[in-house]
Write a protein of this length. Structure first.
Lengths: 111, 114
């Protein structure tokens, strides 16, 4: 399995700014990498998937990058809003449809 | 589209008791997963089913945990006997066989073992 590192400290950001989260891994580069959002008391919600041959993926105000050389994915929330406050999890493909999750980074967007 | 249904929502049991969780995945999703999420950690895979067959149960503590998926649809996860360290949220997720459209998770069952 992989060692997956996400910032354990909460990211506090002002509304309207861009939040940038990191997901670093240590071993082999996965074929896919996913990002999920998790609100308290709820299950994770799928946001984006990026393939190893894709450098960047966008969805509305979200942008994900995947650098297999650095073994890192960055997750950006542009023009952040208080409703974006949640924990964001990255998940790495382990083959056969299995994904290993990081511990997540909490984002707090203040007005 | 209906989501992944899980029950119960909460459960409190004493150690050494048994407990069972139920999951109904999204219709048409061939793959079903059970994850354990301890507070402050990411979800950890316990078992993966493809239709009604087990694909991976390497991280399932088989001395106390068991799971089945009847007729390739609903699934149950059982713990017997429970230990204090089993206190966690148990999440069920399902996906299409291609896996690239992401998992759909249920809201989970929060288990407290006292």
């Amino acid at each position: 399995s992989q060692k997956i590192e996400q910032n354990s400290e909460a990211l506090n950001i002002q509304e309207g700014k861009t939040a940038t989260l990191t997901c670093n891994y240590t071993n082999y580069s996965p074929a896919y990498l996913q990002w999920y959002r998790q609100d308290p008391g709820r299950g994770p919600v799928f946001l984006l998937l990026i393939r190893e041959n894709e450098k960047e993926k966008r969805k509305e105000r979200l942008k994900v990058t995947f650098d297999t050389t650095l073994k890192q994915s960055l997750f950006h929330i542009t023009a952040s809003q208080p409703a974006d406050s949640a924990t964001y999890l990255c998940a790495l493909d382990m083959g056969w449809g299995k994904f290993q999750f990081g511990a997540g980074t909490q984002v707090v967007v203040t007005p | 589209e209906a989501g992944v249904a899980q029950s119960p929502r909460y459960k409190i049991i004493e150690k050494r008791q048994s407990v069972a969780f139920w999951c109904n995945p999204i219709s048409g999703h061939a793959t079903l997963y059970w994850y354990q999420q301890i507070l402050g950690q990411g979800p950890k895979l316990l078992i993966q089913f493809q239709n009604n067959g087990v694909v991976d149960d390497s991280q399932l503590p088989k001395d106390r945990f068991s799971a089945e998926r009847l007729k390739g649809v609903d699934s149950t996860l059982k713990i017997q006997p429970a230990k204090l360290e089993d206190s966690a949220v148990y999440l069920c997720a399902s996906s299409f066989a291609d896996h690239v459209s992401g998992y759909t998770f249920g809201s989970g069952t929060r288990l407290t073992v006292v």
